[in-house]
Design a protein around this ligand. Sequence first.
Ligand code: G6P
Ligand code: BGC
Ligand code: BGC
Length: 924
Amino acid sequence: MDSIGPRGLQQREGALGCPQEGLPCPSNSSELVQECLQQFEVTEAQLRQIQSSLLGSMEQALGGQASPAPAVRMLPTYVGSIPHGTEQGDFVVLELGASGASLRVLWVTLMGTEGCKIEPRSQEFVIPQEVMLGPGQQLFDFAARCLSEFLDTLPVGKQGLQLGFNFSFPCHQTGLDKSTLISWTKGFKCSGVEGQDVVQLLRDAIQRQGTYSIDVVAVVNDTVGTMMGCEPGVGPCEVGLVVDTGTNACYMEEARHVAVLDEDRGRVCISVEWGSFSDDGALGPVWTIFDRTLDQESLNPGAQRFEKMIGGLYLGELVRLVLADLVRRGVLFDGSTSPVLLSPGSILLEHVAEMDDPSAGAARLHAVLQFLGLNLRTSDAELVQQVCVAVCTRAARLCAAALAAILSRLQHIREQRSLQIAVATGGRVFERHPRFLSILQETVKCLAPECGVSFIPSVDGGGQGVAMVTAVAARLAAHRRLLEETLAPFRLTHEQLVAVQRQMREAMAKGLKGKPSSLRMLPTYVRATPDGSERGDFLALDLGGTNFRVLLVHVASGDVQITNQIYSIPEYMAQGSGQQLFDHIVDCIVDFQQKQGLSGQSLPLGFTFSFPCRQLGLDKGILMNWTKGFSASDCEGQDVVFLLREAIRRKKAVELNVVALVNDTVGTMMSCGYENPHCEVGLIVGTGTNACYMEELRNVTSVPGDSGRMCINMEWGAFGDDGSLGMLSTHFDARVDQASINPGRQRFEKMISGMYLGEIVRHILLHLTSLGVLFRGQHIQCLQTRDIFKTKFLSEIESDSLALRQVRAILEDLGLPLTSDDALMVLEVCQAVSRRAAQLCGAGVAAVVERIRENRDLEKLTVSVGVDGTLYKLHPHFSSLVAETVRELAPRCVVTFLQSKDGSGKGAALVTAVACRLAQMTRV
Ligand code: G6P
Ligand code: BGC
Ligand code: BGC
């Protein structure tokens, strides 16, 4: 920041300081004192410059400017709203750092809006100097001891107390209960605390103390406690101002202006930390030689320079330095000094306040000076008072300039010509020094005339406000616990995943042998992957995923070209009559042929039909049951190739040659296998989920033959339909299952695939809302609507590149009225649900590849998995989580995942091409 240039804060001639030793003294002591005290005068122009310079620093710090470092810190406090007064309960408040060497513990009872006010009980403890300057652990242990001592005097239980920690030092907060000390101020210098989370240090100390079970719920700066404790009813109190040992202010800023926060709405309380203003020398000549001496002799030279001109810890010391200097020059006390004047820290704020107060009368002033051991002449008394007045007046005026900067900022961001605002004030300087407030008020009026400011003194040093923040934090922490409890069943352990893998292996083995098993392990009659010699044009149908497609596939040497068109299958057809569905399919084929100029040609056709079929040959498959929202009548138990041929027959005009019926997993494996011969597994994670793989024919009981392999369609979506997944299934899974059109079926699929994840999330959100954890417990109509929460939202919301505000925008489009806390929780719900899905899928793949490895008696298996499906492809983390789980559960298999580029229609055409090649060979 630019220093306030020579133009604005020019030194007054002769005001450099008192005359140097050896120079002749002005004839009159009073003149000399006046000359010396001129340095403490700050003109209105200088104050205005300070106001605008501070405002500039505030803006820089809010904007996240790092270099040059802004002169104030502007620290977000995670307090998002001013209190509504509805907070209730008993809270312990521990105050450290607000009032010098004292530590205060309070017991605060909040009664909500209706209840009567109960005065807090409190006790103050003096912190020994060696504790303030010793190891950090000693300070926190001292605090924990004071806490216990105080609580011992109250009729409270030892369990479940909630504590708000009023810690009044500059801290980087990252949450309501996480706060890293940046640097000590105000006479504290304990080792090993800077850079540490002070909440954790206090928690550790309380635990070491071991007498009470106290949860440190919130950490709060004293300015924030002051603002939050402002009695409701006096209009919005959006500024907290503290002038105690140190000084600082906080105010409610628009969150969108705070670069470090990922927030575009609402307000957040910012602790300005203005004590550090001018550490870069910005105050120029307003900073006197006395300030310089004080700074150099302090515990933190070069830091908190603005605070050192205003804070109560320093006012007495400034007075002492001036008096000592005047004595040294023979102007005061007959030139004879005293031990008091020679000892730093001997004049306290209390002394200054009394000496500065004209109403206290000369006798009081004499008494104070005598107490300080100063040998007083009557003429001295007046001069001493002038010194005190000068030092305190400057402090109040500088403080006013800083406050005026905040008021200008508020006026600017609220776009109000005249701002009516309440400022909560706290700290001993206000309490003990009434003139301070009146000078402050007067100066603020002059510097910010358009603002109507009412100053509201804090009643109990901000304890009430800290309790209010603690109440809010406690509520949020309780919500977090409920969220964790709700999501706990979704967080699978390694052992649970190993068990899923083992059960899957057992079910595979049984299914292959034709024993009762939830895995049907259906032979597909696909025995070979393409060898590259296939040629020709093929038609393909692709039914059962997000899209129904008709494709023309041109297979040439090493090259496959595809033309395809997407057609819709309306829900009434998917769930209407089978005849209507198959007629519609044929209509689409006819339309496609016409558009492609293929009418009248009878090309071989491969039919990707992504539902469980018991195949009796390559072109014959009995639909066992519909899945994924299909329920067309009169199809289950029928050969779907026959149903298609019947529809073709009904259409009369067309001739089609249906050669192969292919599951989408098989189509995907074949399609990827065309590029990569290691591809021996097909995996789909889309609307539904399933896998196929190359099994040794000798293990497939229902197909004759002992040599070679056959692709087995596992139909793993049904895994667990025999109840074996019961332990993993949550209430939410049960609800989704019950509301589906196939209750009790496809239980594994319903925990993994795209058709269901959004619904699981919706049910969790409903539950959390009913607990009051989300959406303030309000009934949200749109959440009642089935399928409103699409699985694609999970993919969008979990994208790393999205800021929380974008997450909220997505959810708001759905009509969900979220706060940022809500948005974060919704994100966590989505993460838990999709993570479980990916891990279960990974456990399944691990079972498959381990089986292949053992089948082939290999120490290590290298295998590729061809994958397709919108969830797998679109979700930002799903694929890596699947791979991670497979690595964990099948360490002896090196598994590569290949994403299918062209869908399984291409695979169906390739299966058809292979079949045609083989048929041709047998004919030859
Ligand atoms: C492939 C196939 C579809 C299949 C789908 C699964 O692309 O061509 O027939 O069902 O993947 O994905 P989806 O997300 O569409 O269900
Ligand atoms: C601290 C602030 C505090 C102020 C008033 C300063 O030294 O840095 O955090 O608010 O004193 O107590
Ligand atoms: C079907 C499978 C299909 C999978 C993926 C499941 O619902 O039963 O045949 O492979 O979805 O589309």
